[in-house]
Every structure is written in C-alpha cells, then in structure tokens.
Design a protein around this ligand. Structure first.
Ligand code: CA
Length: 428
C-alpha cells in the first residue's frame, strides 16, 4: 500500500521555493519559539515556513484515535510524540499532510487559522528538538574503520577481528549535544607527541569533524527486554545530521585501553529538523553485502538503509564562500540502524524516547567520500588545498563547517537542511 504523504504529485497550497529541502513530502519536526519569552513548541518545516502544530492541537485538529484529547505538540520537545509510537506518528503525519495540501480548504481558506499556524521560518528561533537522555555513537563505516585502523596500526591490522561481527560503539555524552549554529570552542586537554617524553596540557591542535547521521529512538523497550532486529525500525522516530567533533591528539593519548572520553565529549552538533522514517521510505535501498553473515540476532533482510547524499563544506575566515571538501552517502554504512538498535538492546539495555544513536563517521570507497579531516589529510600528512592558497590538515579558529543531506530519486527530493558550526579559540 503506497503512502499518500510521499506521493511525488502531492502539492501544498503554500508556495514552496525551488530547491527547498522541505516540500510537502518531507514534513520534518522541530521545536521553535518566536520570542524568548514564548514557550517552545513543536512545529513542522514546510518550504520557508513553520507550521505550528501546537496551534492546530489547540483547535482540536488532531482528532484521530491516537492523538485526540492529548497534549503532544504544545511541549518543549518531541519526546512525548516520540513515546507514542508509529501509529500515532503516522496519524499525525497524515493529518499535517492533508492540512497543507492544495486540495484541502480547512487551513488554505481560513486566514485567521493560517495567521496563527504558519510562521516564516526566518522569524523563529529553533531549539534542540529532543530532550536527549542517552547518546551512543557507533563506528559502522567499514571504510572509516579501515582508514583509521591503517593509520594507527598499519594495513595488516586495520580492521579489528570483531569488527565484521559486532556493531562497535561507545556510550557518549548527551549534555554537550548542541544545535546547528552554536559555536564550538576548541577544547583543552592532555596530549603527547611521539617525539616527546611525556604529556603536555594545552589546546587541541588536531580538532576534527566526523560526518555522521543519527536517529532518535521512539517508544524504546523495558529493561531486560531486547528490541528484535525485525522490530527495530518501528522503534525509530527519525534522523538528523550529526557532526561528532573530535580532538584527535587528545584521543590518541587517552583512548587506550577504554576508548574515547574527553576527545569526544566537548560537543556534538545536530541539525534542527528531524526527518521521519516515513518521509525517507521512497529512498530505501540495500546496504553493503555483509560477509561473514552476522549472528542470527543481527540478521536483517531486504532494503534496510536509505540513500542519503551527504556533503561537507569548509569556509575559513579568509574565504569568500564555502568549499565542498567531502561527498559521501549514508548507504555506505556496513551496519544498518535496525542492527545497531537490536545490538544495543540485546543485553536488555533499555532504550528511552529521545535517545540519540549516531552512525559513526560515514566514509565511502573514494577519497572524496572520507568523512573526517583525519582521513582526508591522512593524519596530517596530505594537507587539503583550498581556494585562495590556504591549506588545512585540521581545523583552525574561525573555520566554519557545514554539513548537508539530501535524498533524490526520479525527480523527488527532500533534504535535512544543514548543521553549520564555527570554531572558536580556546578560553584564556
Ligand atoms: Ca564519532
């Protein structure tokens, strides 16, 4: 049964600018307010506007069995909506799609309601859309793991023996997940160069990006009751772009034997609009072949990932415009989201609405698809050349990094918007 909300012929009564990432087929959720004194609430991006879902809720326009009488959108985060589960998400999406469509007069012909419910996107402040309980970061790109392993351990030991069997991850830090637009300060820490006898303390000199995507868990599971791989997609609410900032010099000194700690905990940036899996459905595709076959609890059949084109651009303080430095795709990832969620919960670990699970750096087979500066500059040995004659191995103060994501297929296109961040100098 095809979902009418993703029908490419569907049109909104609103004017959607050419090239907008937010046509009526997308309908991503965010949290916004117009003024600092106004309570934050849930909205949907449509073209250059935001649809205020709380205003629709106040008029009892969500009247289906899962949403009627509930206060879900007049809230400062998406967590209450995420907790309701997929039937409610689909009910909300169908209602919003209908209200915005060209053929539905209810909102189209009611100037008062339009005035209350549609706000120019340029006039709102976007806030972190989710109250993130726990943040986990995977390491699911075979190409990234191979590149990093080659640099750190040599080509013969690049991929650790567990990697093709276990979706490797670490538990991250949710308090420092920040929205696009929030500047990131260069972290201080302990580092040790190979040619020095001991560590020193100072600003990280190898500040790096990681091109990732993340998904938010919906209803979750009870402690002790794993989410089966075949059920896992139903528990995923939607996805955002993620830049998982990394201090490579701090990481290199601290990561043995337990893995990343301070090298990763100072900031993780996400895009403000959460694109639902229902919107991504037309862009479903197969991931890489998995050989050896995963253990039964991780086996997933069919098209279990999505074709999402990802780009990263860099603009230094001297450059007049940004320069693209990376072009990759979410589909390159070896382990898919269902496998990540099934693996994460197989011990009985309880996942909660709003938990963020990120993919790990998304590198692909080509040099242009390497998802970090560590890989692009091959640990600093091959500087990246920029227009105007500047070069970069790692980030300098004032540099701006912007990541974008697009799904395109047969004339259809929806986007994730962007996550853009500027680097500030260290304190002091
Ligand atoms: Ca990462």
């Amino acid at each position: 049964m095809s979902d009418p909300t993703v029908d490419p012929t569907l049109r909104s009564f609103l004017e959607i600018p050419d090239g907008s990432p937010f046509p009526i087929q997308n309908l991503p959720y965010g949290v916004f307010r117009r003024t600092a004194t106004e309570p934050p609430r849930v909205g949907v991006a449509i073209g250059d506007e935001v649809l205020d879902c709380a205003a629709l809720e106040a008029r009892r326009l969500f009247d289906g069995p899962n949403l009627a009488g509930k206060r879900i959108f007049d809230r400062p985060s998406l967590n209450p909506l995420m907790a309701l589960g997929r039937d409610a998400w689909r009910e909300a999406r169908a209602r919003i799609s209908r209200l915005l469509s060209r053929d539905e007069p209810l909102l189209r012909d009611d100037a008062t309601l339009r005035g209350a419910a549609l706000i120019p996107r340029a006039e709102v402040e976007l806030l972190l859309p989710v109250e993130i309980g726990d943040y986990t970061d995977f390491y699911s790109s075979r190409e990234h793991a191979t590149n990093v392993g080659t640099m750190f351990r040599g080509p013969d030991n690049a991929l650790m023996p567990n990697w093709l069997h276990v979706p490797v991850a670490y538990h991250g830090r949710s308090s420092s997940v920040v929205l696009s637009g929030v500047d990131v300060r260069r972290p201080m820490g302990q580092t040790k160069r190979d040619d020095e006898p001991g560590p020193r303390f100072g600003p990280s000199r190898r500040l790096d990006i990681e091109l990732e995507m993340g998904f938010f868990v919906g209803p979750g599971n009870r402690l002790g009751e794993p989410i089966p791989v075949g059920e896992a997609e139903k528990a995923i609410f939607g996805m955002v772009l993620v830049n998982d900032w990394s201090a490579r010099d701090i990481q290199k000194w601290e990561y043995v034997p337990l893995g990343p700690f301070l090298a990763k905990n100072f900031a993780t940036s996400i895009s403000p609009w959460v694109v639902t899996l229902d919107a991504l459905e037309p862009f479903r595709c197969a991931g890489p072949e998995q050989d050896p076959e995963p253990l039964p609890y991780l086996r997933s059949e069919g098209e279990r990932t999505f074709d999402i084109e990802l780009e990263v651009s860099l603009q230094t303080e001297k450059m007049a415009k940004p320069q693209r430095i990376i072009r990759s795709n979410f589909r390159h990832l070896y382990w898919n989201m269902a496998q990540q969620l099934a693996h994460h919960s197989i011990t009985g670990c309880n996942m909660r609405p709003g938990d963020l699970l990120a993919s790990g750096t998304i590198s692909g087979p080509s040099k242009e698809s390497r998802g970090s500066l560590l890989e692009l500059s091959w640990a600093g040995k091959e500087p990246i050349e920029l227009p105007g004659g500047e070069t970069r191995t790692f980030l300098e103060n004032g540099d701006r990094i912007t990541m974008t994501g697009w799904c395109r297929k047969g004339g259809r296109a929806i986007g994730f918007g962007e996550v853009t961040t500027r680097i500030l100098p260290e304190l002091g």
